[in-house]
Design a binder for this molecule. Sequence first.
Ligand code: NDP
Length: 282
Amino acid sequence: MAVRIDGKVISGIIKDEVKAEVSVLKAEGTDVTLAVIQVGEDPASTVYVGNKKKACAYTGIISRACNLPEEVSQAELLSLIEELNADVSVNGILVQLPLPKHISESKVIETISPKKDVDGFHIQSAGALLTGEPGFLPCTPAGIIELIKRTGIDITGRECVVVGRSNIVGKPMAVLLLRENGTVTVCHSKTRDLRSITKRADILVAAIGKPKFIDASYVKEGAVVIDVGIHRGENKKLCGDVDFESVEPLAYAITPVPGGVGPMTIAMLMKNCLEAAKMQKG
Ligand code: NDP
């Protein structure tokens, strides 16, 4: 039986660490505030935003809700972001994605001040990540590194395979594993003979967006398997990109869905908000 990497427990520890530091800042007269912009009323986005607000309430971070109608213009959204950039009482700005089709996500992300880019999606944050300069790390891959390290797994020298190359998960994940001295391979939809590569992995990260894609035939015995995917199956049950039942018996450690990577993303967002406030305080 594989070790189950418990994202609920580990994210709880991180949120408690953040809560303790937020309360110290509060006692010194500094509040930590996150502005959360939601455009429209997409039900999934509403759930994600709700979970982020709950985590803010738990950690003592003030969440300022900015709800805009679906038909808001790009110019109006950008001008709200500019206002929040200039507002010294706001430490972090989060725009819940996806946005309606008439709004350019990249333009929106570029408009957020890199000093308040707590999602870590700004091109300046991406550059800092690549070159090892200080900057906000994207929450999901940063959370995965915490999961691995806090489970006592050493990344140094291990063969790490990331399946997926998106800007928010796959690419930053690969860079962070490299930063931890892993030997990293990135796979994608054009990769030839995917199985032969994933079967080499000591640490396998699946960020594909396809339910239960990675079964036992893709996994080496004794591997650490991190499942980033989130899907709602036919029976409304959540599942990931990994076929948990098939992979668990041969893995050394595995993240479940739900309760693995998901809660870590939110905990790391809280951590980034705290870092933003500390940095802005000087
Ligand atoms: P994207 O759709 O942006 O990227 C998917 C990646 O998988 C692409 O790089 C694609 O390759 C690759 N891919 C698709 N099919 C195959 C295949 N058959 N073989 C190999 N590679 C393939 O997804 P995201 O990175 O945004 O998200 C991935 C998953 O993680 C989703 O399920 C998403 O819901 C979930 N997610 C979960 C989060 C959490 O907090 N737990 C946070 C963010 C995402 P190519 O580039 O060639 O198209």
